[in-house]
Design a binder for this molecule. Structure first.
Ligand SMILES: C[S@@+](CC[C@H](N)C(=O)[O-])C[C@H]1O[C@@H](n2cnc3c(N)ncnc32)[C@H](O)[C@@H]1O
Length: 454
């Protein structure tokens, strides 16, 4: 039996950030018909390591080309996490290599501005996918044209539609750029199709007649219309409308479609104060605001790529952490000398935050079922200089609670959850969750809470 002295259980349900699936090695060009009239050398045969033999194409805007390929990877392989990678190198495959193999030509390397544009364009296009697809399919000759559209062409159209309708960029430049990309990456006919659809869209936009559904009819029909207008799955709309009423459900969807704010936590375990972090952000020209809730936190809206490239995260000077996660830690209120069990700890955001507040005294047992994610925690703990306090325990909490009674001052349970509370930050998540997942998660949460409470 567990010998617990002054046990306190803190429960939090945070997003289960699953490790991104390995990027598939695919060659979408196999579905794409090369255009003989364009003199770009094509690679023949199966995917080979990146070569420098492909012609450098300076005609197309590189951020659109990279965005289109990244969108295909996300849709085919769930590679959304690459959005935060340094020039796309972190996934084990060089992103520019993917671009070259997919499009059949090289673009110039992306500069910081291009990277910011790619991040915004990909995030926005993923978030607004249902809405964009509705507009595109309404403007196609017939439904079949949309349903059978090749993946790269669809991504180019989504990008163009997003730029025109949501970013309100100068329409004719957007049309020209996307037409050129479709022509060069696919064939002239694809360019003509992009031209036809985007030009119709521009006319509708200018006349304020975008073909969007009306919110009318029975509950199901209204939910479908709202799902399209606010770009969410129908089941989420139905669930929230039932729980909150239509007005609040709409507000929630509008919130989810906002550009997200990110927060950084200054790592006091390394002697970094918020003032030090602010000085660094000023020198990098990253706009920021101090958190009004937490002493070590700073909010940013843009500039994540700059921060990554400046090495602030790699050097452990700060960590990306939501203020909501920081608030959980402030409820736990870790004190030097305490023993804390963190029941679902990986990849360690809260463990590291707690450890940073313990002045090098005490112990945290970081339990998690996922060994790979615990390894990340262990490595980050070294970089953050809090590894002396943390013992990682790869185990299923339900088994561990039965087999290994132990004593602690505090217990934190950060159970896996739906992630529906962080849809503005994780634009892809709304398309990956199913209603059935909710029931499964609820059962798991019950079991974990039961185990943690012992
Ligand atoms: C919300 S995440 C934890 C996030 C973490 N606390 C942080 O702040 O970075 C939930 C974690 O629960 C873990 N988990 C799921 N089922 C578990 C189980 N039966 N026993 C232990 N850990 C489990 C997952 O592997 C995942 O890492």
């Amino acid at each position: 039996m567990a010998h617990l002295h002054s046990l306190r259980v803190f429960v939090s349900a945070d997003t289960h950030k699953a490790a991104p699936p390995k990027s598939p090695i695919f060659s979408p060009r196999t579905h794409l018909k090369p255009n003989p009239s364009i003199s770009i050398p094509r690679r023949n045969g199966p995917v080979t390591p990146l070569s420098q033999t492909q012609k450098l194409n300076l005609e197309v805007s590189p951020h659109r080309a990279v965005s289109a390929v990244r969108l295909m990877r996300i849709e085919l392989g769930g590679a959304f996490a690459d959005l935060l990678n340094e020039k796309g190198k972190g996934s084990g495959h060089n992103e520019m290599g993917y671009v070259e193999r997919t499009l059949g030509f090289r673009t110039r390397e992306l500069d910081d501005r291009d990277l910011r544009l790619v991040t915004d364009m990909v995030g926005g296009t993923v978030r607004w996918r249902r809405y964009l697809d509705h507009l595109i399919s309404s403007l196609c000759h017939n439904e079949n044209t949309f349903r059978t559209m090749e993946p790269l062409l669809l991504q180019i159209l989504r990008i163009g539609t997003y730029e025109i309708v949501k970013l309100e960029m100068p329409s004719y430049a957007v049309v020209d750029e996307n037409v050129r990309l479709a022509k060069v990456a696919l064939r002239p006919g694809a360019g003509n199709m992009v031209n036809g659809i985007l030009r119709k869209l521009v006319v509708h936009k200018e006349n304020n007649t975008l073909p969007l559904p009306k919110v009318e009819g029975d509950d199901r029909t209204q939910a479908r219309a709202l799902a399209t207008i606010h770009s969410h799955p129908v089941w989420m709309v139905r669930r929230w409308t039932k729980l909150l009423g239509q007005e609040e459900a709409i507000k929630l969807m509008m919130w989810n479609n906002h550009d997200p704010t990110f927060s950084l936590r200054a790592n006091c375990a390394k002697g970094v104060t918020r003032a030090d972090l602010v000085t660094k952000l000023n020198s990098l020209e990253v706009p920021h605001e101090p958190s009004s809730h937490l002493d070590h936190f700073v909010q940013i809206k843009t500039g994540m790529q700059v921060i990554i490239q400046a090495g602030l995260l790699k050097q452990g000077l700060c960590a990306v952490q939501d203020e909501s996660a920081g608030l959980i830690v402030s409820v736990v209120d870790p004190q030097p000398g305490e023993v804390i069990i963190d029941c679902c700890a990986a990849p360690g955001g809260k463990t590291l935050n707690m450890a940073s507040q313990m002045s090098g005294q005490g112990a945290i047992y970081a339990i998690d079922i996922n060994k790979g994610r615990l390894r990340i925690l262990k490595e980050t703990a070294k970089v953050h200089q809090v590894d002396g306090l943390i013992t990682t325990v790869p185990s299923d909490l339900r088994r561990f609670a039965k087999d290994c009674p132990m004593k602690s001052d505090k217990v934190l349970l950060d159970a896996p959850c739906s992630g529906l509370g962080v849809l503005s930050k994780r634009a892809d998540l709304r398309w990956n969750r199913r209603v059935e997942d909710m029931e499964e998660l609820k059962n798991l949460q019950d079991e974990l809470l039961e185990a943690a409470s012992t």
